[in-house]
Design a protein around this ligand. Structure first.
Ligand code: HEC
Ligand code: HEC
Ligand code: HEC
Ligand code: HEC
Length: 540
């Protein structure tokens, strides 16, 4: 360590004194460094000797056992409210596999844990097809798991995004290439830095430069590289499958929903030009899958609008050697700390118990509405299914009603998902979370009512039954189970997805363990033995 020319220049203590104010905790201004690392150094291990304290806290992201009331770091199945930890948890939403049927998310979706697990977790999750040469998912998924992303981009250009994910499996190291220093820092100076092309694209569209933004904005934007809603671009709009943030019209649910209405090439009547992630096989609805919009949710909440950033609560200052204050690089729930120190930098007059109860107060209310919204979404798919199979006399405007029912269904589920996928159970912005869920319930109920109308109210009685009896939650489903004819008889909705051909596992993390049964098809292209993905789709 001593042989390193690391010049630490503390930028004037005087400036620090001007910081004050409740919204800006006592922040030491970070020093400027001059490391001897290359600008494109991405290996996490290369930073260890230079920054042992930050690194020590970084390794704490390996912790994967501690839970809080709603969150925490045990990667349980987020739909399983039947089994105990680590498989399931009391606060799980039982209908996730139903709502995402036909889409890789229905195979496996787990609670998030620390950044050091990110690479291993994406390589073992059942969403990415490990039973086939091809993942059925674009390489784009690497974007939020590794800074090596930029090496790949340099090598492959914009063709990178749409290449198959499995092509890059063997090129990543499980630890050195997981989310790390180079994702947020310039290796030479350790100044905050964006590695993410999609976020840089967005800032450029706003005529902003990251380097010139106030430090506080930078402390949130580094997280906004990944903790955001996003989609994979359609061909006619630019590089295929490139990640784009749907923020052109704003970051609220309605803005993002409208954005997607002309960003695709869908041909379904009523949905022409829509961007579509997949078509729900039961209701034939062109759907959107929302992703973790922490940044958008936080941005206009109580804390976001007061300038309190992600780093204030998730990286609060800590002392390791008894002297120097450093930013804690263990990104996790602030509720794991019994002293609630992250919060009490600012809320100095409050007890830890009071603050914890305030968080739970919001989360309990949001969770109840989340469960309600989830059920009405299921009801919407079921009502549309019944109406589309309805053989009785149809009203003249039947087709129009069915299109409208599907539009409400798409919108209702997207709004539910924006809160469901957001990781704070409403805390980042309580009023927005509740408004989004109230809207979701209204939209999904519109879908049910419109489908009922399309049958001249014939299905009204059946659809008013308890949805849990009509459509039970799907507890078990995976790529492997979809290859088992017996499993495929265990739920009424499984008849809307195909049985997959039996195929052995081909990948174990970043190693190939099986052989593709490659066969030639008439047009000369080679395809691996049929992928277990039921429909031609992507996931993120
Ligand atoms: C997800 C983003 C992110 C990652 C990954 C990350 N950092 Fe940081 N780091 C930050 C933020 C935010 C700050 C606070 C900067 C500020 O307040 O201006 C910070 C501050 C620092 C500082 C300045 C001193 C301090 O403690 O505040 C050092 C040194 C540092 N990080 C080293 C590292 C090392 C080494 C790694 C890899 C093991 C790493 N960081 C990974 C976001 C990150
Ligand atoms: C390169 C993309 C990326 C960046 C940048 C990033 N994250 Fe994450 N974050 C992830 C992924 C992916 C996971 C889930 C990892 C897993 O479950 O394997 C995650 C998980 C988390 C978790 C859950 C950890 C737990 O204990 O359960 C927290 C909290 C978190 N991130 C906060 C932050 C904050 C705060 C920042 C900015 C300082 C940040 N992240 C920047 C991608 C990112
Ligand atoms: C005012 C404090 C505060 C701010 C600011 C804040 N968070 Fe959080 N965050 C929380 C709390 C509290 C929770 C709920 C933790 C729980 O329930 O255990 C949470 C939860 C999370 C989680 C899930 C943690 C887990 O255990 O799985 C992630 C990820 C996350 N926040 C990311 C972010 C990002 C990214 C930002 C900035 C865009 C941000 N947070 C801003 C306080 C904050
Ligand atoms: C950097 C300073 C800072 C940090 C850290 C911080 N807060 Fe706050 N908090 C604020 C500010 C500023 C407000 C806005 C109201 C005000 O001006 O008092 C606020 C408001 C609140 C409110 C009232 C919300 C409402 O709807 O009016 C609660 C509850 C709260 N914070 C809880 C927390 C918790 C829990 C944490 C830690 C996870 C936390 N805060 C971390 C600065 C902070």
């Amino acid at each position: 360590m001593c042989n390193l020319r690391m010049i630490v220049l503390f930028l004037c203590v005087l400036l620090m004194a001007t910081l004050g104010g409740c919204s800006k905790a006592n922040e030491p201004i970070p020093p400027t460094y001059s490391t001897n690392l290359n600008t494109d150094e991405i290996r996490n291990s290369a930073f260890q000797a230079l920054f042992p304290f930050q690194y020590e806290t970084y390794l704490r992201n390996n912790e994967s056992e501690i839970m809080t009331e709603y969150k925490g770091s045990v990667p349980y199945n987020k739909h399983d409210n039947v089994n105990p930890l680590p498989e399931g948890y009391k606060h799980a939403q039982p209908y996730l596999k139903n709502l995402w049927l036909g889409y890789p998310f229905s195979y496996e979706y787990r609670e998030a844990r620390g950044h050091t697990h990110a690479m291993k977790d994406i390589l073992s999750i059942d969403r990415v097809n490990r039973y086939s040469e091809k993942a059925g998912l674009p390489a784009t998924c690497m974007n939020c798991k590794t800074a090596k992303m930029n090496t790949f981009l340099k090598e492959e250009g914009d063709d990178f995004w749409a290449k198959d994910f499995n092509q890059f499996r063997e090129k990543v190291d499980l630890d050195d290439d997981t989310i790390g220093c180079a994702n947020c820092h310039d290796p030479k100076t350790m100044a905050l830095n964006l590695y993410s092309v999609p976020l840089k694209d967005y800032l450029k569209s706003q005529n902003k430069e990251f380097e010139k933004l106030p430090r506080n904005e930078q402390r949130a934007l580094v997280c906004g590289q990944c903790h955001v809603e996003y989609y994979f671009q359609d061909k006619s709009f630019g590089p295929y499958k490139k990640v784009v943030f749907p923020w052109k019209d704003g970051m609220d649910p309605e803005d993002m929903y409208n954005y997607y209405s002309d960003k695709g090439d869908n041909k379904t009547p009523g949905f022409e030009g829509y961007f579509v992630d997949w078509v729900h096989p039961v209701s034939q609805t062109p759907m959107l899958k929302a992703q973790h919009p922490e940044y958008e949710t936080w941005s206009n909440g109580v804390h976001g609008s007061a300038g309190v950033t992600c780093a204030d609560c998730h990286m609060s200052y800590t002392r390791l050697d008894g002297k120097k204050k450093i930013s804690n690089h263990h990104w996790t729930s602030p509720l794991k700390d019994p002293e609630m120190n992250a919060c009490r930098q600012c809320h100095t007059d409050k007890t830890p118990e009071f603050l914890k109860q305030r968080v739970l107060y919001t989360q309990n209310k949001v969770w109840n509405q989340l469960l309600a919204a989830q059920e009405i979404s299921v009801k919407a798919h079921e009502a549309i299914r019944m109406a589309s199979e309805y053989k009785g006399p149809r009203p003249d405007n039947y087709n129009e009603l069915m299109t409208n029912a599907r539009k409400w269904c798409r919108k209702g589920q997207f709004f539910w998902d924006l809160v469901s996928a957001e990781n704070s159970v409403g805390f980042h912005n309580p009023s927005k979370a509740l408004d989004t869920l109230a809207s979701s319930q209204r939209f999904s109920q519109n879908a049910v009512d419109t489908a009922v109308k399309a049958t001249s109210f014939t299905i009204a009685k059946s659809i008013s039954e308890d949805i849990k009896t009509r459509v039970p939650p799907i507890l078990k489903h995976s790529r492997e189970l979809q290859m088992d004819p017996k499993h495929m008889t265990t739920h009424p909705w499984f008849k809307y997805i195909p049985l997959s051909p039996k195929t052995p596992l081909m990948w174990d993390l970043n190693k190939k363990i099986g052989k593709a049964s490659v066969k030639s098809v008439p047009d000369g292209h080679e395809t691996a033995s049929k992928s277990a993905t039921p429909i031609n789709t992507q996931t993120h």
